[in-house]
Design a protein around this ligand. Structure first.
Ligand code: CTP
Ligand code: MG
Length: 235
């Protein structure tokens, strides 16, 4: 199973509202992107880790060189596009024929655990496509024009996470179909679902959340500080 990881970091982080792009925002002193790259690189089955950054952030990337030097399997950065789907396409285009599987991961999810990545890779190997996801605790409403249109059964509602793992050829085909039809997905699995292919769901860790707003970043800092303190108390 020859697997490459695409770590998507070409977004602007508008909802975070900081003067720098989200992937470069520090979490306990290290940019989010570094946390995500290091986590993916630590998975034995992953042979290459491809960062997808915005062209405008090349200088920021180059200034991280000393820290990046410690991450194995790292490829040269690829420039992403205006939409997430464009960034995925740019990353996929750099994978050679020796790469059979791709794990697409958000730089904005710094807490992903290697064990969870290994589980989703295993599930994809059996089915061709698999994602990490976690059951939601709130009841989800489908809302249109300010009114509840539908309440899907809560037990069937899961929040999709990344990494999402696909056979490379399958994701290429899915992206081509979506662009031919002018459709834009909010995650990569949706592209594959549009092909009519079943996507396996693997239970992800509750803390593999995407950091989106300022409150997410503050909570993540607190959590890491607490676990540091906890480690310090241990004999
Ligand atoms: N992403 C990307 N290329 C884009 C848009 C998003 O590579 N054109 C990446 C982001 O860098 C992020 C991940 O996709 O790691 C998930 O997207 P999101 O959380 O929406 O991040 P941003 O787009 O950066 O944030 P915002 O939507 O608040 O601007
Ligand atoms: Mg976005």
């Amino acid at each position: 199973m020859s697997v490459a990881a695409l770590v998507l970091a070409a977004g602007r982080g508008e909802r975070l509202g900081l003067p720098m792009p989200k992937a470069f925002v520090p979490l306990v002193g290290r940019p989010l992107l570094l946390h995500a790259l290091a986590a993916m690189a630590s998975v034995p089955a992953i042979v290459r880790v491809v960062p997808v950054i915005a062209r405008a952030d090349l200088g920021r990337w180059e200034r991280l060189a000393p820290e990046l030097a410690g991450i194995p399997k790292l490829a040269e950065p690829v420039f992403g596009g205006a939409e997430r789907q464009d960034s995925v396409r740019a990353g996929l285009a750099t994978l050679g024929p020796e790469i059979e599987w791709v794990a697409v991961h958000d730089a904005a999810r710094p807490f992903v655990r290697p064990a969870a990545v290994a589980r989703v890779l295993e599930a994809a190997r059996a089915s061709g496509a698999a994602i990490l996801a976690a059951p939601v605790s709130d009841t989800i409403k489908r809302v249109r024009a300010g009114r509840v249109a539908e309440t899907p059964p809560r037990a069937e509602c899961w929040a999709a996470q990344t990494p999402q793992v696909f056979r490379v050829e399958l994701l290429r085909e899915a992206l081509a179909k979506a662009s031919a039809e002018g459709r834009m997905a909010t995650d990569d699995a949706q592209l594959v679902e549009w092909l009519g292919v079943a996507v396996a769901v693997v239970l992800g860790d509750a803390d593999n959340q995407k950091l989106t707003g300022p409150e997410d970043l503050a909570a993540a800092e607190r959590r890491l500080a607490d676990s540091e303190a906890e480690r310090g108390r241990r004999p």
